[in-house]
Design a protein around this ligand. Structure first.
Ligand code: AMP
Length: 459
């Protein structure tokens, strides 16, 4: 494991990487950054959690001519959430360069505003294929001076049917450019895509990142009517800090959320029917510790970068074995032990056989002993989310919020958790015990010289 200081980067860049507490490079970084810095095309096998964003982020920032206000790098992501995370990571990496302009261009936000932002130019654009393509065809986004294109989670983009859009978008970029492609898997379609859009790429694969031994897997056979009770029982017994309950369809997602609510267990559901604003709020509340249980479909959970997920529950076994492996791979990361519970019907035994075959295991369906006295009280989250109706565009900084809560109002700094700024709203997680006081402060105290409306997100 090499330190970042072995890379030919400027001292301010290295200092900033160090301030992010990145000390040594991850495998994918160690293998991909040197060829990226040399200007080579790179086709890398990398999953969420491997440090791939920093790998291409460092490459594209190193290459940037900040004096020139033209789009020089384009990053395409399969989902809005991933685009959001990638933008955040590049912003953190770019902190050493004051004048760098980064724009996130995805669906779910007004196109007019994006056109306006683009008219003021940017150095880096991160976005999803659909919206990027539209803005290219309208002439609002110009790629004539693009030096680098990154296809992030390329296999997912293909799964989601974005291939035509990607090819169309790339036709707007100069052929003399650097193209990086990151993908968790290398199916034939990826190889074909890389051949058609890349120039003699360096291929990088890393050993599989999920150590099967750190994910404890259990399969329970039961009647569908007892599943909600089983979830409560499993959570009450193991008390995982954060759990995703996976469902196969959005209908069952909604149903499961209601069933869990009927048992007194509070969860949030995320599926394709939610509006972008609602999705963002759900993800923020889950990642800041004010919701411990997320009910999700596979599609909605894509691109979710939530670290240290303690448990995964398959409310239904997925149809595809790969989906099973992908779901449980979200827990037990970075050496911490993860739990994966699958609730199955008797006729699902064929799917379990396929999973055993695919993963070379010998799991059998067990009978679940329900906990006698399970209390959902113990599963209440320690944090609660508050928000004010002002964000990045109102020049609100995380420090403004933290300062207002802690300085003269006496809320201990330790009681304030993650602060997530969006364009026009800022979310802050606080310990439950301080929630009432925090709400009063945010409602009654001026921040950046004005009053904002504050609310608690608790349902
Ligand atoms: P990614 O695979 O890009 O989603 O990154 C996973 C997480 O690892 C992100 O939260 C990064 O901030 C973090 N990360 C990336 N590179 C490093 C590193 N070299 N050391 C420690 N953390 C890192």
């Amino acid at each position: 494991m090499k330190p970042f200081t072995t890379l030919p980067l400027s001292q301010v860049f290295l200092d900033n990487i160090q301030s992010l507490k990145y000390e040594t490079m991850t495998d994918i970084q160690e293998m991909s950054i040197p060829p990226i810095l040399k200007g080579r095309d790179v086709l890398a096998q990398a999953k969420t959690g491997s440090g791939k964003t920093a790998a291409f982020g460092i490459g594209l920032l190193h290459n940037m001519d900040t004096q020139r206000y033209r789009v020089q790098a384009l990053v395409l992501c399969p989902t809005r959430e991933l685009a959001e995370q990638v933008t955040g990571e590049i912003r953190r990496l770019a902190r050493f360069q004051h004048n760098i302009k980064l724009l996130k261009i995805t669906g779910g936000f007004p196109m007019r505003k994006q056109e306006h932002s683009l008219s003021h130019q940017a150095h880096i654009v991160v976005g999803t294929p659909g919206r990027i393509q539209k803005l290219l065809h309208k002439g609002a986004l110009i790629l004539d001076e693009v030096k680098m294109v990154v296809l992030d989670e390329a296999d997912r983009m293909l799964d989601m049917g974005f291939i035509d859009q990607i090819e169309d978008i790339l036709a707007f970029a100069p052929t003399k450019r650097q193209t990086l492609c990151f993908s968790a898997t290398f199916p034939d379609e990826i190889k074909a895509l890389s051949q058609s859009v890349m120039n003699d790429p360096v291929e990088i694969t890393v050993e599989t990142q999920h150590e099967p031994t750190v994910i404890k897997q259990f399969f329970y056979e039961m009647a569908p009517t007892t599943k909600a009770k089983a979830v409560v029982s499993l959570l009450a017994k193991h008390k995982p800090e954060s759990t995703i309950v996976f469902c196969n369809t959005k209908d069952s997602c909604r149903k499961v959320e209601q069933e869990l609510l009927a048992t007194g267990l509070h969860s949030l559901a995320i599926h394709g029917d939610l509006e972008q604003k609602e999705r963002t709020e759900v993800l923020i509340r889950f990642s800041n510790g004010s919701c411990r249980i997320l009910v999700a479909t596979d599609v909605a959970a894509r691109g979710l970068d939530i670290k240290d997920l303690s448990a995964v529950i398959n409310y239904e076994l997925p149809f595809e074995t790969e989906t099973y492996v992908h779901r449980i791979g979200r827990t037990g990361r970075a050496g911490s032990e993860g739990l994966a519970f699958s609730l199955m019907k008797a006729k699902d035994s064929v799917r379990l056989d396929l999973i055993n075959e695919f993963t070379n295991s010998r799991y059998i369906a067990e009978h679940l002993e329900f906990e006698e006295s399970c209390s959902v009280e113990d599963l209440a989250p320690s944090m609660i989310t508050l928000s004010i109706n002002g964000g990045r565009r109102n020049k609100i900084s995380a420090g403004d919020i933290l300062g207002a809560l802690t300085s003269k109002n006496g809320i201990p700094g330790d009681d304030v958790g993650k602060i997530d700024r969006q364009d026009y709203i800022t979310f802050v997680a606080v310990k439950r015990g301080s929630a009432a006081r925090a709400l009063k402060v945010l409602e009654e105290d001026q921040i950046k010289g004005r009053l904002f409306k504050a609310m608690i997100h608790d349902s």
